[in-house]
Design a protein around this ligand. Sequence first.
Ligand code: MIG
Length: 705
Amino acid sequence: MSINRFSFGSVPHTEVVTLNIKKSDNNLIPYFKINNSNELIYNLYKDQVIYGLGENVRGINKKGWIYESFCSDEFDHTEDKRSIYSAHNFIIIHGKETFGVFIDCPGRVIFDLGYTKCDEISIKVPENDYDLYIIKGQSLNLISKEFRKLVGSSYIPPKWAFGYQQSRWGYKSKDDILDIVKNFKKNNIPLDGICLDIDYMESFKDFTINKDTFGGFKDFVESLKKEGIRLIPIIDAGVKIEDGYDVYEEGVEKGYFCVDKNNKPFVAAVWPGKVHFPDFLNEETRKWFGKKYKMLINNGIEGFWNDMNEPAIFYSEESLREALDKAEKSKGKNLDVYSFFNLKDSFLQISNNIKDYKRFYHNLDGKLIRHDKVHNIYGYNMTKAAAKAFNVIKPSKRFLLFSRASCIGMHRYSGIWTGDNKSWWQHLEMNIKMMPNLNICGFLYSGADTGGFGSDTTSDLLIRWNQFSMFTPLFRNHSSKGTRQQEPYKFDEDTIDTLKNVIENRYAFIPYIYSEYMKAAKNDDCYFKAITFEYENEDLIEDQLLVGDSLMIAPIYKQNVKGRYVYLPEDMLFWNMESYKNKKLQILNKGHHYINVPLKSTPIFIRKNKALILGEHNSCVDKLKNQSLDVIAFMDKEASYIYYDDDGITKEYKHKDYELKIYIKKVEDDYKIDILQTSDSSIKKINFNIIDINSNKITKQVFLK
Ligand code: MIG
């Protein structure tokens, strides 16, 4: 294993990398040549696969397309796009030569991965100020782990954040929230969180609560918490310009906002109309903005989502004026095709325009730096501001935090959701393919808007999507204003019943999901992995994933299909799960299979000599008792499982290992079970279901003190 650093120009101090590695001589860069246009060029071998780039369109294998790291408020995630909300500049090239490449650069980076030339990778950094890291290692897994040593370990949310979250842009009052709670209860569907979108605020002003619609907020938050439901408010990057609004006035007074070329706070327009952008790259600003979260925390809030922090810009005064001027000049004219499209484009391209990103400046370590050069670390620093403040406000408590824009480095402070997808089958497919790449970039706590954000969802899509999201650490149903309502209870009885089962399955699987998450975060491992990370001699399969150490999943992501092909890299135990209570298990041999997967079923596979641990569902994570757990083991010789069981709310996990180690070993015709406990756990009993390779079923109960 080795990490080498090569430096070009000067990189501003971005705090993306946590490990200090001495610069190596640029003449010694392995694998790459530098051409006349300052591009890094690597000649691909046939069959090399490229993993990485985290949040992006297209396959797990990123080869064959060109991507640009430039955080973009792009609500149309079609496969022709080159950037969406995040900038994750890490790839692993795998095959005849295997190595990792990380570009530490806060500005735009272009990854041409066999697009312009099929057999060539070109990495271009237009500003040419960056650090290049090359990570050598024996395997995909080891390179991914080593990379985490360079950029730091992943964020750990509280345990309740592994419960189901309901969200929609459009919940606008306490009554709306109570109605959701009532319907979840009525249908007995578990629920841990409800996200508050911009309508809880007063005129979309950060750190305000609309008194008319959310009066008595603190009591409201507390009363819901008693039922196990947390409210998770949104915070936007832009601060509304309004006299008398404290955040605005303080920001102007103390100089906390980004400035234009005349050193005046830069004006852009987003939700609230005209706003200023806090200069999150400046530590003083971060401290100030972070402290603002305290108002909501004092109201009992324990989780937040940070939005629009690419930052998204609807328009700037200049861009609007330019477009309006053009329109004015076109009045009464006979426009030909070019002048008409030119006019039309000046309005279509008004939002998130690069020209605007060149119109404002940050104060980084006392120097003014133009925004576009550091664009990709803006959302990261907004989120860092929040996370650092939480550490001060409540030092021992874990908060839920997820952001829309991000770059690598932010994974130490929060998770992400993958932005405004649509209720399209291909966006479910994209969600599946994105997860392993997000994981190698450090973003373990992540998930998509389940059911789709834009467009109208359908019952079958929502079911299939829930069947995938039941495995994603962030499991949130979220949709846009103006689309069909997609809370589970908005459908027919059959759909409600199926969704309820899937969500119950999620809660029953939390002992496994949480254990696997905690171990992955603590060991710098991945929670979701492509098959090739564990089965090194196999080819990549784009639509099957490993979830934690024991499971493989083969989700259904196509409309109307009643089953699918699946490839097993070894013998596995197949569970076509409707309800976790009904453990119908079947051994399938290594090789290709066609499996029937009715709409009610979630197909899962337990790997050989591995174990799955599960409990029983309850109405929320806090109420999961987990005193009696079930272990299903698929055995050849021996298996072991580490169950992770801390309090789920404090940071004690940093100092102690809350592990329960289970060993199962075949001894003649029987199985010997040993359990080793490093700390107290709530478990009293474990029921073992051991299925061995010869289809023998052994059940045992082990009681713990
Ligand atoms: O562009 O706050 O991605 O989840 O519902 C709309 C309203 C602004 C974008 C987020 C979406 C959220 C929406 N926001």
